[in-house]
Design a protein around this ligand. Structure first.
Ligand code: C5P
Length: 235
């Protein structure tokens, strides 16, 4: 199973993003995540430009709509050369099946498709009091992951703390892509369910998604190198 560190490029403009990517001039081009902010600001051209610079891309648009709309949106995304994209598992198994259908090109190739279980900023308390979901967080994650597996998806986005339980529910080959990563002793920001890169590796994450600990670091390239070292044992 390939493991890697994905940097969340949560910037609002092309220039800011390119200035940031220029910091990674070494041979290893980081796998990057393009989120809603950048994609809605710059459109598909930003995906093509980052791809042309040699980066692998996770397009994190977290689609959630009726199945027909998601199928068509995924068909549009299938025209982009991306490696991974995602939908919300809360959209139901039918919606995830439609997403997979739309994403698959006529020649059978497609990007990896993963589902968001519960956002790592959501606590069990807010899930209960605001979303009226009374089941414990772990049961919700396991069920949403099983639904994604049933729909034929490749894995889920979840907290690193839940990677083990996802593997138990869905098998070792089912991907656990995990944001909510912080270095020991640093700020949690708005994340609720977090851990360190090395602990994420021990629990079973396949890909860690790291934003502010790298993008807001005084030396982003050094922070990225630290993530690689901790997560992949990579020097
Ligand atoms: O800055 P930070 O490391 O918290 O960034 C985490 C990234 O992962 C953000 O881009 C956020 O949108 C994304 N994400 C998340 N929780 C999820 C899915 C995606 O934090 N469940």
């Amino acid at each position: 199973m390939p493991k890697d560190v994905i940097i969340a490029c949560d910037f609002s403009s092309r220039n800011e993003t390119m200035d940031f990517l220029d910091l990674f001039a070494g041979e290893r081009k980081p796998f990057v995540k393009i989120g809603m902010e950048l994609f809605y600001s710059e459109g598909p051209s930003i995906v093509r430009e980052i791809r042309a610079r040699g980066h692998r891309i996770f397009l994190d648009l977290k689609l959630h709509d009726i199945p027909n709309t998601v199928r068509k949106a995924c068909r549009a995304l299938s025209g982009l050369d991306i490696d991974m994209c995602n939908v919300h598992a809360a959209g139901t198994v039918e919606m995830m099946c439609a997403a997979l259908e739309g994403l698959t090109r006529p020649d059978g190739t497609r990007a990896l498709l993963i589902a968001v279980t519960q956002l790592t900023s959501t606590s069990e308390e807010s899930m209960r009091s605001q979303l009226m979901i009374d089941a414990p967080m772990e049961e919700v994650i396991a069920r949403y992951a099983s639904n994604a597996r049933a729909a034929g998806l490749d894995g889920v986005v979840c907290s690193p703390l839940e990677a083990g339980l996802v593997k138990k529910a869905c098998g070792q080959d089912f991907l656990a892509v995990t944001p909510g990563i912080r270095f020991e002793g640093s700020s949690k920001d708005d994340q609720a369910r977090i851990t360190t890169p090395s602990r994420a590796r021990e629990i079973g994450s396949d890909y860690i998604v790291v934003g502010r600990p790298v993008t807001a670091a005084p030396d982003p390239a050094a922070a990225y190198a630290r993530c690689l070292e901790d997560f992949l044992n990579f020097d």
